[in-house]
Design a protein around this ligand. Structure first.
Ligand code: PEP
Ligand code: MN
Length: 347
């Protein structure tokens, strides 16, 4: 249920409604809009109905939330997109996020060189996996805690917020110490224990769409995090599995405008894992930015030929500045602000 407060409602009246909702074991999620405050009441509908909140001072009306994803729905934010501050960098609304860096943390030299280069090219956040989901159990699976330490050093040095994957709820503590945004991999989109733990951690989450997940399933995954009171969830389209075999995955660009109808959460696109090869990454990135994505998460490496994993799809650091400049143009075409700051004037 959604309790819409009157524009004239006072803070005391809002607090009183929240307290009444919580008194029957239902969680209240107030959202203060520019005009009115809306309180999402998520839990047993009957319990809320019995409170008769319509008669409470400051309450305008009670509206049911029709979708199964409640807190993720556009309806609870009055169809307004959300903007989040992730470690000092804004994403959503008219803010575009360029999250870039290598697939995985390999060494101190590699990660610091990558981070310096991404900062100079105008990336707004830095990515790198310390825990890697691999199709083969014999492949390199990340440096683990040592990788996290190197990511912390990269942030210290560049100031770029860190996006890194959490695969196992047992690693939630060390990952949360370093991550400004926790990545949930495509293969873990429906790992509900993991999603709940991330929700409880309060650290923003970037949830990748599963290889064969519907958009509704993606939003239900987000709901697991939101339900714990963690409001900052970013969704990521990274290609889905179809009958096509000419490339790795089919990047579903239609997901961008459709998700924007369904949810207030920012939507980013991963062109690297969809494409599987470097030559396709730029076109997919420009397409996604022009289609209204709120950002990209893209792989770049100081020397892709020597990358430990996903080498063929990573953009060389040396080419990243030109790539970022084009992405910025496409994003601006779709109404986003320039995001490259000092990098734009540095060329
Ligand atoms: C990654 O981002 O490095 C990754 C493994 O992505 P995905 O979960 O989308 O395959
Ligand atoms: Mn990768």
């Amino acid at each position: 249920m959604m309790i819409v407060m009157k524009a004239s409602a006072t803070d005391e009246q809002i607090d009183a409604v929240v307290a009444r909702i919580e008194s029957v074991g239902v969680t209240a999620h107030p959202s203060r809009g520019e005009e009115v405050t809306i309180i999402g009441a998520v839990g047993d509908r009957e319990h809320v109905a019995r409170l008769g909140l319509e008669a409470d001072p400051g309450v305008d009306k009670i509206v049911p939330i029709l979708k199964p994803y409640k807190l993720a729905s556009s309806q609870v934010r009055q169809e307004q997109p959300s903007t989040f501050d992730i470690g000092g960098s804004l994403i959503g609304g008219d803010h575009f996020g360029l999250i870039a860096g290598p697939c995985t943390v390999e060494s101190r030299d590699q990660i610091l060189e990558a981070a310096d280069s991404m900062l100079a090219s105008g990336a707004t956040m830095f990515r790198g996996g310390a825990y890697k989901p691999r199709t083969s159990p014999y492949s390199f699976s990340g440096l683990g805690q040592e990788g996290l330490r190197l990511l912390a050093e990269a942030r210290e040095r560049t100031g770029l917020p860190i996006v890194t994957e959490l695969m196992d709820p047992r690693d939630v503590e060390p990952v949360c110490e370093v991550a400004d945004m926790i990545q949930v991999g495509a293969r873990n989109m429906q790992n509900y224990t993991l999603l709940t733990e991330i929700g409880r951690s309060g650290v923003p989450a970037l949830i990748k769409r599963g290889l064969s997940a519907t958009l509704e399933e993606l939003l239900m995954a987000a709901e697991y995090v939101l339900k714990e009171g963690n409001e900052k969830v970013v969704l990521c389209e990274r290609g889905i599995r179809t009958f096509e075999t000419a490339y790795r995955f089919t990047l579903d660009l239609t997901a961008i405008p459709v998700l924007k109808e369904m949810t207030h959460l920012p939507v980013v696109v991963d062109p690297s894992h969809a494409a599987g090869r470097r030559a396709l990454v730029e076109s997919l990135s420009l397409g996604a930015a022009a289609a209204g994505a709120d950002g990209l998460i893209v792989e770049a490496h100081p020397n892709p030929e020597q990358a430990v994993c996903d080498g063929p799809q990573q953009i060389a650091n040396a080419d990243f500045g030109a790539y970022a400049a084009k992405v910025e143009q496409a994003a601006m075409l779709a109404g986003k602000r320039a995001f490259r700051g000092a990098a734009a004037t540095a060329g």
